[in-house]
Design a protein around this ligand. Sequence first.
Ligand SMILES: [Zn+2]
Length: 170
Amino acid sequence: MSDIKGEQSSQLANIGCAGGHEYGIELALEQARKAYSKGEVPVGAVILKDGVVIGQGHNLKETLKDPTAHAEILAIREAARHEAGWRILDATMYVTVEPCPMCAGAIVMARIPRLVIGTKDPRTGACGSLWNIVCDKRLNHRVEVITGIKEHECRKLLEEFFFELRQKDT
Ligand SMILES: [Zn+2]
């Protein structure tokens, strides 16, 4: 009962800022699940501009036999095609997992203003964990970073994937 009110206010929150980020990460999670179903490490990325998806991608490193086929790179390429230019302005990128140095570099190169991260990556993360390429004052563009949106779901998907992989190995 209490919950009608609670529900209403969470719906309101969904329209607002925090909820908007949850929506973006949910779309990125859908991408990550596509990677999972192809036997790829489940990482997904989506770029939203004015609430519209202008680029999306999921990790396809094994499928494409391409070391650069990370979710973020594929999403950036699609968004740049959409924008008909290399600058992706007034947009937000949503990623399920903290980008690596290559992808963090590409986010800076594309001038993406805002990055929302599901879960941190202490092993290769370059947006605050091991490096902070997206906020490095020595570069000519800095990205606003928001972390920890739907963190549990993003991390759980990775953990499930690697758990399954280990089961197959044994
Ligand atoms: Zn990457």
